[in-house]
Ligand binder design. Structure first.
Ligand code: IFM
Length: 445
C-alpha cells in the first residue's frame, strides 16, 4: 500500500466543488438569475424535478463546512465563482454583496490554512447573457474577460491558483448540442459557435487574469475520457478516433497551438465560418497546469444511427461491468491512461487531477455511512496516479469530487458523490467512512 508521502512533498491534495451545485441562496442578496436557475426550475428538465435553489445551502453554511474540511485535514479547496452573484446581469453593475461573500469564503479558508483554488466558470452563465445569445454570441469573449478582471482584482491578492473553464466539452455538448443541460439548446448551429467562443474565452480569460496577476498559477480543466473501441474492426477503431477528437482533443489542442482536430472529425470544419482574422493567434495559451477530470472509461462502437458522428458509447449496464450510480464503469486504469495521454502532448507543464470520484447508494446505519466502495474507488485511482507519477508523468495534484453530496445537474440529488452525506431536508452533514479514510490518509507524515 502507499501513503501520502509517496506522492512527494509538493503534491497537492484537495476537494472540488462548484457554485451552483452547493451554494443555494439562488436569489439572495442581489444575485441575478443564471441559466441553471432558469433551466432547473422548468418542469421535466431535471430528474424528479429537483432544482439547485437551496442545494447544500453552502452560502449560509460555509463556515461550518470549512470547519469540517479542516477537521478532515483537507489542505486545498476548489470552488467556483457564480458569475451572476457578482454581476447579476453578466456585465455592468457589480453586486458588492456577491464580492463580499467570496471574500468571506476566501478569508475563512485561509484562516483555517486551507488554500483556495478558484474556477471562474463552472456552467452557471448569467441568464441575461443567454438572452443575448450566450455562448453562441462572440461578444461573450469581452463579457467573460471583464468578469475575469473583476475576480482577479477583488480576489487575486489572496488567491494564487485559478482555473478558467470547467469541462468546456460538457457545457457546450450537453448545453448547446444535446439540450440536456442549461440552457437546453440543441444542434450543430448552436454547438459549433459555442465551441469556438468557449475556446477563445479559455485563452483570452487566461490572458486577462495573467495581465493583472502575473504570478498566479493559471490552469483550465477538461473532462478526459479513456476510450477503447468495442472490437478491433476498422469501423470501431475509426469511430473511436472521431469520439476522441470530440471528447478529448477539441479544447486542449487549440490551446496548445495545434488547432481544432478537424482531420479526425470533419463535422468541425464549419467552425471556420466563426473565425475572425487573428483568431489562430488568440487560441493558444501557455497554461501553468492542465486540470484532468476523469471518472471512467468508455467503449465506442460504430453506429449508422448517430448522424454525423456515426459512433456511440456502450454504457456500463450493457457490458455487465462494475458501475457507479451514474452508469459509469469503475475502471481505475482509465485515469492512468488519460494521464499518460495528456502528458504526451508537448508543451504541457503540469497536470493536476482536478476531479475524480464516484456516486454510490450510501445507506445510513446507526448514524454511520460505510461507503467502502467509494473508499476503494479513491484508493485504486490514487494507486494508478502514483504509478503514472513514478513513471515520470508530470502530475502534481489530486482533488476528490466532491466534498458534500450536492446537486448533480440533470440527475438532481440522486447520485451522491460526497465524502460527506448531506440530508437535503435538514442540511445535516454526516461524514462518511470515505471522508474519515481521506482524513487519515492526509494526516500521514
Ligand atoms: O458534478 C460534476 C461536475 O460538476 C463536473 N464534473 C463531473 C462531476 C460529476 O458528474
Amino acid at each position: 500500500m502507499f501513503n501520502k508521502n509517496d506522492f512527494g512533498e509538493d503534491f497537492t491534495f484537495g476537494v472540488s466543488t462548484a457554485a451552483y451545485q452547493i451554494e443555494g441562496a439562488f436569489n439572495a442578496d442581489g444575485k441575478g438569475e443564471s441559466i441553471w436557475d432558469k433551466f432547473s426550475n422548468q418542469k421535466g428538465k431535471i430528474l424528479d424535478n429537483h432544482n439547485g435553489n437551496n442545494a447544500c445551502d453552502f452560502y449560509n453554511r460555509f463556515v461550518s463546512d470549512l470547519e469540517i474540511m479542516k477537521f478532515l485535514n483537507i489542505p486545498n479547496f476548489r470552488f467556483s465563482i457564480s458569475w451572476s452573484r457578482i454581476l447579476p446581469n453578466g456585465t455592468g453593475t457589480i453586486n458588492q454583496n456577491g464580492i463580499d461573500f467570496y471574500n468571506r469564503l476566501i478569508d475563512k479558508s485561509l484562516e483555517l490554512n486551507i488554500e483556495p483554488w478558484i474556477t471562474l466558470y463552472h456552467w452557471d452563465l448569467p441568464q441575461e447573457l443567454e438572452n443575448r445569445g450566450g455562448w453562441t454570441n462572440r461578444d461573450i469573449v469581452g463579457w467573460f474577460s471583464d468578469y475575469v478582471e473583476i475576480c482577479a482584482k477583488n480576489f487575486g491578492d489572496r488567491v494564487k491558483n485559478w482555473m478558467i473553464l470547467n469541462e468546456p466539452m460538457v457545457f457546450t455538448g450537453a448545453g448547446y448540442f444535446l439540450g440536456v443541460h442549461a440552457p437546453g439548446r440543441k444542434g450543430l448551429r448552436n454547438f459549433i459557435p459555442a465551441v469556438h467562443h468557449a475556446t477563445l474565452c479559455q485563452s483570452q480569460g487566461a490572458r486577462a487574469l495573467k495581465n493583472i496577476l502575473p504570478k498566479a498559477q493559471v490552469g483550465t480543466t477538461f473532462s478526459c475520457s479513456h476510450l477503447e473501441p468495442n472490437t478491433d474492426s476498422p469501423k470501431d477503431i475509426n469511430a473511436t478516433k472521431r469520439v476522441d477528437a470530440l471528447l478529448n482533443r477539441l479544447f486542449i489542442e487549440p490551446s496548445l497551438g495545434l488547432g481544432y482536430p478537424i482531420n479526425d472529425l470533419k463535422l468541425l470544419d464549419r467552425i471556420y465560418s466563426y473565425f475572425k482574422p487573428g483568431d489562430e493567434q488568440l487560441l493558444p495559451f501557455d497554461f501553468d497546469f492542465i486540470g484532468i477530470q476523469n471518472y471512467t472509461r468508455e467503449i465506442v462502437t460504430h453506429s449508422y444511427f448517430v448522424p454525423l458522428l456515426n459512433a456511440k458509447i456502450i454504457k456500463a449496464d450493457k457490458r455487465n461491468v462494475p458501475k457507479t450510480l451514474m452508469n459509469w464503469e469503475v475502471y481505475p486504469n482509465a485515469l492512468y491512461k488519460v494521464l499518460k495521454k495528456y502528458d504526451a502532448y508537448p508543451k504541457i507543464k503540469k497536470l493536476i487531477v482536478t476531479e475524480n470520484g464516484s456516486a454510490f447508494h450510501d445507506a445510513i446505519f446507526d448514524g454511520k455511512i460505510n461507503d467502502e466502495q467509494r473508499t476503494d474507488y479513491l484508493k485504486s485511482h490514487l494507486k494508478v496516479l502514483l504509478k503514472a507519477k513514478n513513471e515520470g508523468v508530470k502530475v502534481d495534484g489530486y482533488f476528490v469530487w466532491t466534498f458534500t453530496d450536492n446537486f448533480e445537474w440533470a440527475e438532481g440529488y440522486y447520485p451522491r458523490f460526497g465524502l460527506i452525506h448531506t440530508n437535503f431536508n435538514t442540511q445535516e452533514r454526516t461524514i462518511k467512512q470515505s471522508g474519515y479514510w481521506y482524513k487519515q490518509f492526509l494526516q500521514f507524515s
